[in-house]
Every structure is written in structure tokens, then in C-alpha cells.
Design a protein around this ligand. Structure first.
Ligand code: CO
Length: 142
């Protein structure tokens, strides 16, 4: 077994029915002041923004349409809910190979994520019911 291991927690993904309303919750209830401008990721069927915290981010995700992978989650969780947890890795290809060797199910192929670096998801069944996102550390992030 290689010495592959996850790095820092990068963000917690939270699916929401209304991105602007969710941002307002973080502003007015929790006093968050550093929230990025929402942007669409049409290929993924989502609209995304980040609540920047001193040690990590909250990724707020709204489905763009009924075909969005997030739409089903919102149907089951109409008020929204925690969707995934994202850890940084040095090399996404190494991560995919190692997940396979360790018996985990990687969902699809690595692709460009909301931070502009490669990401991949690991099935919740492999991690106590939590969907895990592995993301190559953005250059200059640490
Ligand atoms: Co994410």
C-alpha cells in the first residue's frame, strides 16, 4: 500500500434550494463577510459560491435545473443539507489509483472542479455514508 493520504479539509459542500438565501443566512445569522460571487457550472448543472472562513470554506451549491445531480438531493432534502466533504490531495491520478487499490468506488473520471483543479468523488458507502470529494490542491493555496 502506498503512503497516499488526504491533506487539509478544503470545504464542506452544502446543497441549497436558493443560493442567495443561503448566502444571506451566513451573512446575517453567522456574520460571514467573505462570500464569493455565485457562478454557474453548466456542465455540472450547478450554481456555486463559497463562504470563506479562516481555515476552510463552505461550498453552497444550488441545482441549475431538474436534471442537475443536486436536484434529486434537494427533492429529498427540501431545505438543503450537507452534501459532501472535500479533502485536498497532491495528485488526483494517484488518488484514483489508490482508492481502487483500497477497494473504494470512485464515481466517474476526474474532472475540473469549482476551484479550477481536478476533482473526483468517492461513493458514500465507503466512508460512513459521507460523499467524499478529493481535490488537487490549488497552486499557491498553502
Ligand atoms: Co465541493
Amino acid at each position: 500500500m502506498s503512503e497516499f493520504k488526504i491533506g487539509p479539509l478544503n470545504h464542506v459542500g452544502v446543497a441549497v434550494p436558493d443560493l442567495e438565501a443561503a448566502c444571506e443566512t451566513y451573512r446575517s445569522l453567522y456574520g460571514a463577510t467573505d462570500i464569493t460571487t455565485p457562478f454557474d457550472m453548466p456542465d455540472q448543472g450547478v450554481k456555486v459560491c463559497f463562504v470563506n472562513l479562516p481555515n476552510a470554506q463552505i461550498e453552497l451549491i444550488e441545482p441549475l435545473n431538474a436534471e442537475s445531480p443536486i436536484a434529486n438531493f434537494i427533492t429529498k432534502n427540501p431545505k438543503g443539507g450537507q452534501h459532501h466533504v472535500c479533502f485536498e490531495v497532491r495528485d488526483i491520478d494517484e488518488a484514483v489509483v489508490e482508492m481502487g487499490k483500497r477497494g473504494a468506488t470512485v464515481l466517474g473520471k476526474p474532472r475540473i472542479g469549482a476551484h479550477g483543479t481536478m476533482i473526483v468523488f468517492v461513493h458514500p458507502k465507503d466512508s460512513n455514508g459521507v460523499l467524499i470529494e478529493l481535490m488537487e490542491t490549488p497552486v499557491g493555496a498553502h
